[in-house]
Write a protein that binds this ligand. Structure first.
Ligand code: B1M
Length: 217
């Protein structure tokens, strides 16, 4: 079994204590951070999600797998950020109200930081008012990034955008959205400026949106 596969198995089985060591060994053996993340960890979480859906495992097991993945990400963070440049702008990020999922959001934040942004991460279960408060305190911020992992919390993305409109701040920022159940069609429907499927494309999208702002588009 390759080291990356060992990482995947350890994450899937929630082996919190050994994941960090295995990730380091995989890096030492020459595996790329991308491969360890995508094949090892995100792949494993996909299997965990399937098992949960099929009632083969339950929330505690899902939580332990998430903890294991977080341990692995801690080791990967420097390698993932290595592509970073000078800060090119600031961005507000958060998981919307009612949603506690943060692994994908944290990866998105990490990749966006790697693309040169300073990320103001508001965490999980963030009410619309908190996004607005942060926007008012940081008027130089030109992008707000909203994550949701549940079909039941997707409406909170729309509610957040509606609240930003109601606060008279919609024209001051570009809004990008993402998360497993989110689609381009949903983004179009609720008036977001952009959608991306994964953390790497989220970083590219943030850069594009910043260019749009600078070009007055
Ligand atoms: Co939850 N959960 N969960 N869960 N959980 C899912 C999402 C689920 C699909 C599992 C399943 O049934 N197959 C399902 C949602 C079903 C649905 O709505 N369609 C589900 C459910 C039902 C629930 C609960 C309701 C379970 C319960 O209590 N009965 C509950 C809800 C709690 C709440 O939020 N209020 C719940 C709880 C939890 C835990 C707390 C146990 C834990 C989260 C721990 C944590 O995040 N700290 C958890 C986990 C771990 C999962 C799964 C297994 C893994 C999620 C994950 O971290 N994936 C998940 C199944 C799955 O996704 N396969 C599941 C890895 C991560 C890297 O991917 O988050 O998709 P992801 O992020 C990606 C992209 O989506 C994208 O980029 C990321 C990196 O590439 N992306 C963006 C994300 N945000 C973006 C923002 C962007 C752009 C891209 O721009 C701004």
């Amino acid at each position: 079994m390759s080291k990356v596969q060992e990482v995947a198995t350890a994450v899937e089985n929630g082996k919190v204590k050994i994941v960090a060591g295995l990730v380091q060994e995989a890096l030492d053996e020459g595996a790329s951070a991308d491969e360890i993340l995508n094949v090892g960890m995100i792949g494993a979480m996909g299997i965990v999600g399937e098992k949960f859906k099929n009632n083969e495992i339950f929330v505690p097991e899902m939580l332990i797998a998430a903890r294991a993945m977080k341990k692995g990400i801690e080791v990967l963070t420097p390698a993932l950020k290595a592509a970073g440049a000078e800060p090119i702008g600031r961005l507000i990020l958060g998981t919307v109200a009612g949603d506690l999922h943060d692994i994908g959001k944290n990866l998105v934040g990490m990749m966006i930081e790697g693309a040169g942004f300073e990320v103001l991460d508001l965490g999980v279960d963030v009410p619309a008012e908190k996004f607005i408060e942060c926007m008012k305190e940081n008027p130089d911020v030109k992008i707000v990034a909203l994550s949701a992992l549940l079909t039941t919390t997707m409406p909170a993305i729309k509610d957040t955008i509606d609240a930003i409109v109601a606060a008279g701040l919609r024209d001051t920022v570009k809004i990008m959205i993402g998360g497993a159940p989110v689609t381009q069609a949903f983004a179009d429907e609720i008036g977001a400026d952009g959608y991306s499927e994964d953390a790497a494309s989220a970083a590219a999208l943030a850069k594009k949106l910043l260019e749009d702002v600078k070009a007055g588009r």
